[in-house]
Design a protein around this ligand. Sequence first.
Ligand code: MOS
Length: 740
Amino acid sequence: MPNYVGKSIPRVDALAKVTGKALFPGDFEMDNQAYLKILFAGRPHAIIHKIDTREAEAYPGVLAVLTAKDVPVNEYGLNVKDQPVLCGPGSTKANADHVCFYGDNIALVIAESEEIASEALKLIKVEFEDLPTISTIYEALKEDAIKIHPEKNDNIFRHYRIRKGDVDEAFKKADVIIESDYETPAQEHAYLQPEAGIGYIDEEGRVTVVVGGQWTHEDREQVAHALDLPEEKVRIIYPAIGGAFGGREDMSVQIVLGLAALYLNRKGINRPVKIVWSREESIIGHHKRHPYFFHAKWGATKEGKVIAAEVDIKTDGGAYIYTSTKVMGNATLMCTGPYEIPNIKVDSYAIYTNNIPNGAFRGFGGPQGAFEAECQMNKLAEALHIDPVEIRKKNLLREKSLLSVGTPIPPGVSIEKVVEKTALSGGWKNENNSWMQDPKKKLTNTSDKYLHRGRGFACAFKNVGFSFGAPESCTAIIELHGKEKIEKVIVRHAGAEVGQGSHTVFKQMAADALNIPIEKVQLTTSDTASTENSGSVSASRMTFMAGNSIRGAAQMALSKWENEERPAISTYTYYPPKTTPYDPETGKCEPNFSYGYVAEVADVEVNTETGQIKILNVICGDDVGKAINPQLVAGQVEGAVVQAAGYTLLEKFIQKNGYVETRTLSTYLIPTILDVPDQIQSVILEYPDPIGPYGARGMGEMPFLPLAGAIIAAVHDATGIWFNRFPLTPEEVLKGLGKI
Ligand code: MOS
């Protein structure tokens, strides 16, 4: 009996990737291809009065120069179409002549070579009228601040409210109150593969874009909208993708590639158009993780029960909306942690600035919310002289607990077990019904007087799947071929493989659902011409959603097979339980249909002379429901922990007055092998989600969430200092220690 689920079978894409055979978007070469370069605004806020492209067009080897007037519908955006494809005068979209951030696209040059296109870019003359730059949320909120989008009368573009119980009354009863301000930084995705792709007209006349993304069908929708084409006339194909992490949720080169191919085609020139962004173009061209600003006030009884939490959240959305409203939805829900707190008041505000737009990044607002929540919880524990694990045990969400938004959490709530197992693995013990660090497992300092060791604990919950009423579904097509016996199975699925291993688990789940050897399963993936909408690889949803769709399609195909249909083909769309948006006054809603639960222990060593922090060990307990492929799960845990360690200690994205100062990976530092924790222990827990396929929950983002909070707590344990913002670069640490 086939039984692939739960086994660490090799990745289906491993061989091609390690031998260099796998083609990433930048690797595609087509006959007679032309090259595309983008003229970026290069300034943060301005009105464009005139663009003169004549000299560039006359440059030998230039095929075309495109500006705003050449975009059929000059607008796009994942949630709100608030961004021009090309900034400048002459298009139908109001205010498209406004540059709102440094990376706004102004013109496209299509030429015989990249060099020619680059030379021609310099010949484009743009007449700008600079406007005052809003580089912080505080400037954006000033009464007399210029409105970044003049058609809107406010730089605040979203406000959520949660009202549960009565915080003012509850604070009166609290024995201890912790009130703090926190800041979390921007973060660059720094995926291995900068944006690239190729656009052409396929044999069926479709505008086709080969590109890296996270949701083929959403890319198609946005390209079709901007080109004013029906969706059937646009095709999106994802080949191998070199990482995404949320950074490919929004458009980068998709629309301009489609536009360039279509423009040439309409001029009677049938040539593919290729683009490869440099690292610098990637850094200025795509969104970042949102910086968040919190003011938090939490109150607890002396027994350690949190009875009130009041949180004010402000986030820098940057120049356009992108996924800001959704990301803030998560941060708003997660800012009170995986705890049942009877009285909650949250106000959150998403604010425009002239910074690079901020958007999706692994955890999607969860890490920011979790950081504030876990710091508050650890500070309450300290103030009350209660062990950090013990205090959590008194407050954790349980089955039927009411969330901050007034509705019960969906069944399958495992955070208590996750906290216990992680604590046990991380040096805690449970004695006489109370949790404490095991003296035998405590960290000990070395003889070096500058090296101080400390241990921290944090936990989190994170939704699986789209939240707050966003339409959510996933479609699989399964074909069974053969005569007597099933000889071959084709699984058609749009779900993207961004390096996380989705296609491998698709195959495992399909083989098990059909009860056939895995060698018989072939995948056709990530091409809108041959697959149906899967939704995005985001929100830790793909294993969960694809598994349910594949299982549904397999069941239908098998019954057709039994009815002698040859080939037996079925299409199945899985719809999870419905979610609902925040009520505008109280926030009451059913935010999500499933959650994953995670806890982490971090052991660190702080050098109080140099300010350097070394992570000795991270223990990550993650309830994944069912590890479809345990090795891939461990890989996701390790990757998330390293990425979160970079976020917490190292990665400092600097923008000044709307100009990016860290445009390369030599100034924006990400972890190298020398910076990763000495040890990462992944404790994979399997408490099934009642509606997950094989019990699986999502897990790709979860291990990211608690790490910053755990590290900050460990640094406090080592030094006695609470840091309320990060990255904890040596300079920041020395400042905190009062040494500089
Ligand atoms: Mo993600 S940040 O949900 O792509």
